[in-house]
Design a protein around this ligand. Structure first.
Ligand code: SAH
Length: 237
């Protein structure tokens, strides 16, 4: 399998340019040579076979050979709205969400949330999306939104989506039952996970009256990232 590089400029025409960390990765880390074939992806869903034409200190020039017709996206929009865990677990969650095909990750602003990402943290998470996409051969970048609260997120544009909220020990139906879908169903799906301290009763009540549906993930209390990935895996499978 060829090495993959992310190109943040539109890939049109016969040549492409890598700069910054992608150029560094190609020439310094992997030490590829002129003439080697690689894959470039544009983050918008397309990938291209390309050949290294010239390597200089800060840039790599490539010839585009052809476009590969491959679609590795889920057949529907999957939005993961989650309170972020702390520290390294954030990056781990982002990496796994990319692998599972999540379309958009929305950091949830919650009453008991501890880790509200600032601009720098969001930037690091977006960089982690690129790294994970290189590794798992995904050509469309998972979006990482600015933080919002649940009710704002569920508003107008997502009113027709399947919207589930994971809530432990409530007697809510199992997530697997609610998220099961017929082949070809393209209804968008939004899955929401609370912080380590849980959603408050007020947050749950507001979400339910805004059309969210509570679901359970079994009798044990899962960490934020476990709950998020279990929901994403159930929705994606
Ligand atoms: N002490 C909190 C647990 C928080 S766990 C409480 O009792 O609510 C963090 C988040 O993961 C929860 O807000 C919920 O969205 C999700 N979660 C964890 N375990 C779950 C389970 N068994 N069923 C449904 N959701 C779960």
């Amino acid at each position: 399998m060829s090495y993959r590089f992310y190109c943040d400029q539109p890939l049109q025409g016969a040549s492409a340019l890598l700069e910054g960390s992608e150029a560094h990765h190609l020439s310094r880390v992997l030490r590829l040579d002129v003439g080697e074939e690689v894959v470039l992806f544009d983050g918008q869903g397309s990938e291209f076979a390309a050949r290294v034409r010239h390597i200089s200190k800060a840039r790599v020039d490539l010839d585009i050979l052809h476009k590969n017709d491959t679609d590795r996206e889920l057949p529907f929009t999957l939005i993961l709205a989650t309170a972020l865990p702390k520290g390294d677990r954030q990056k781990w969650l982002v990496e796994k969400a990319v692998e599972l095909g999540v379309t958009r990750l929305v950091p949830l602003r919650t009453r008991r949330g501890v880790a509200q990402p600032d601009a720098g943290a969001l930037e690091r998470l977006r960089r982690a999306v690129i790294e994970a996409s290189k590794q798992c051969c995904r050509n469309r970048l998972m979006a990482v939104d600015d933080p919002v609260d649940l009710v704002t997120l569920g508003g107008a544009t997502l009113a027709d989506a399947v919207r589930v909220l994971a809530q432990p020990a409530t007697g809510a139906p199992p997530a697997a039952n609610v998220l099961r879908r017929r082949t070809g169903d393209q209804t968008p799906c939004v899955i929401a996970v609370g912080p380590e301290g849980g959603f408050t009763d007020e947050e749950v009540a507001a979400a339910l009256s805004a059309g969210w549906q509570a679901v359970e993930l079994g009798p044990r209390i899962l960490r934020v990232e476990t709950a998020a990935l279990m929901l994403a895996a159930l929705a994606a499978s």
